[in-house]
Each structure stands twice: as structure tokens, then as C-alpha cells.
Design a protein around this ligand. Structure first.
Ligand code: PEP
Length: 255
């Protein structure tokens, strides 16, 4: 099965509305609507999303995602943002379980599972982040960690739901560090993740689910990573803060 790669820019806590406007002006100059065969997504901070939606002015060649979502629908949850609110401001995607949410906000697989279910029920595409720490990798626990993140995070989902979501494999030691997993190591981890999906949800879901790589992806290493058979795009942090480098990564995944 051929899967359309997806390149997403995780801006993290960078880019207020004004800065995003300047980014999008520069990004439009790159003429990436012409770059086919790749889904392109920008994931701004919540407060920047309306400005991005306005600047895109209905152009559907760049999708919009949020960096997190509540596991509740509404009510007394100070600081939280619901799926309905994300839809109202123009989101189609939502990142869940980023390692920074796991590390600094104590998010667990079970909690993230609730968010994934909320996102799917609302029609948002979850981008579910998983990945091991250096300590876990060095202790030989890579597969154990990835297996539990896939099984627990996706627990209770149907095969169709799994087929339609995106998994982002992001080794924690590679995020924002300049250290990228080698293409061979990344491919091996992606193939393993796909095998876990196959065991839990069947061959069709495993063949359809897109698994992005994340962790210091930049124009210089994108093509090699994107050429791996089980790597279906990238979740990009630092290199997606500049329109030209984000564009170069998109081109590396396009046809
Ligand atoms: C990320 O934040 O998901 C990420 C992969 O960041 P970076 O590309 O900066 O490593």
C-alpha cells in the first residue's frame, strides 16, 4: 500500500500571531502547493492558530494542527482547550503525547489514550507521539517501551481508526539535540512499531497507518530518512521555524 507522507511543523512555544504571519508570507513564496504527494501541516501554539487560518485564506494545501487537546468536552478545566474549540478555529489535526507533555506534564499512555479517543470522535486526526529515552534505549528497553506506548495509547480503538491516524516516532534523545537516529535505526524502529500495530489491529491497519519520524530532522538528513520504506514523513521542531528549511524538508518528501 502506498501511504502519503505527512510533514508537520511543531512550533512548540514559538511563533506568536505576528511572527507566524511573517513565516507564512515567506512560506507562500516557496510555492509548495505545487509540491504533490505530501501532506503539509503546521502546528502552532493555540493563540496563533486563528492568525494562521486567516493568512491561509481557505488554501487547503497547508493543514493546521494543535499541540494538545483536553480529554474532556467542556466545563471546569481551567487552561484546557476542547476538540470543539479546535474545530471552530480551523484545526484538522492534533498532536497528542509529545515527549515534552509526557516529561513536563506527567502525561501517561492511558491519559493520552483518552485524548486520542476525543480527537477521533470529533473528526480530528491525532498525531500520536511515542519514543524512548536514551536511558531506556541503552537499557535494551526500546521495543518494550514502543510496544506499551502503541498498545496502551491506542487501546480500544478500531482498526479503521488506527488506519486513519498518524504515529510520530520521536526518540526523546534526538529531539532538539541535533542528534538524529541513523536512517537504519529509525527504519528498524518504524518497522517494529508497524509490527506491533499489525499484531493488535491487523494487517490492513498496519499497512495504512502513517508513521512519521521526529528528532532533529533538517534539510540535510530529510531525504535519507524519507527514503526508508516505513518512514512516512516527519514531525519537525527547530528546522520548521524557518520557512525555507521547512520547505526543503517538504520537498524531500514530495514527488
Ligand atoms: C519535535 O518537537 O517534535 C521535534 C522533533 O523537534 P526537533 O525537530 O527540534 O528535534
Amino acid at each position: 500500500m502506498s501511504r502519503t507522507p505527512i510533514i508537520a511543523a511543531n512550533w512548540k512555544m514559538n511563533m506568536g500571531p505576528k511572527e507566524a504571519g511573517a513565516f507564512l508570507s515567506a512560506f507562500k513564496e516557496e510555492n509548495l502547493c505545487e509540491c504533490k504527494g505530501v501532506e503539509k501541516v503546521v502546528v502552532p501554539p493555540f493563540v496563533t492558530i486563528p492568525a494562521v487560518a486567516e493568512a491561509l485564506n481557505g488554501c487547503s494545501c497547508l493543514g493546521i494542527g494543535a499541540q494538545d487537546v483536553s480529554d474532556h468536552d467542556n466545563g471546569a478545566f481551567t487552561g484546557e482547550i476542547s476538540t470543539a474549540m479546535l474545530l471552530e478555529i480551523g484545526c484538522q489535526y492534533v498532536v497528542v503525547g509529545h515527549s515534552e507533555r509526557r516529561q513536563y506534564h506527567g502525561e501517561t499512555n492511558a491519559y493520552i489514550n483518552k485524548k486520542i479517543k476525543k480527537a477521533l470522535a470529533a473528526g480530528l486526526v491525532p498525531i500520536y507521539c511515542i519514543g524512548e529515552t536514551l536511558e531506556q534505549r541503552e537499557a535494551g528497553k526500546l521495543e518494550e517501551i514502543l510496544r506499551s506506548q502503541v498498545e496502551e495509547g491506542l487501546q480500544g480503538l478500531t482498526a479503521e481508526q488506527v488506519a486513519g491516524l498518524v504515529i510520530a516516532y520521536e526518540p526523546v534523545w534526538a529531539i532538539g539535540t541535533g542528534k538524529t537516529a541513523s536512517a537504519a535505526d529509525a527504519q528498524a524502529a518504524h518497522a517494529f512499531i508497524r509490527s506491533v500495530v499489525e499484531k493488535a489491529f491487523g494487517a490492513d491497519a498496519a499497512a495504512a497507518v502513517r508513521i512519521q519520524y521526529g528528532g532533529s530532522v533538517k534539510p540535510a538528513n530529510a531525504a535519507e530518512l524519507m527514503a526508508c520504506p516505513d518512514i512516512d514523513g516527519a514531525l519537525v521542531g527547530g528546522a520548521a521555524l524557518k520557512a525555507d528549511s521547512f520547505a526543503a524538508i517538504i520537498r524531500a518528501a514530495g514527488v
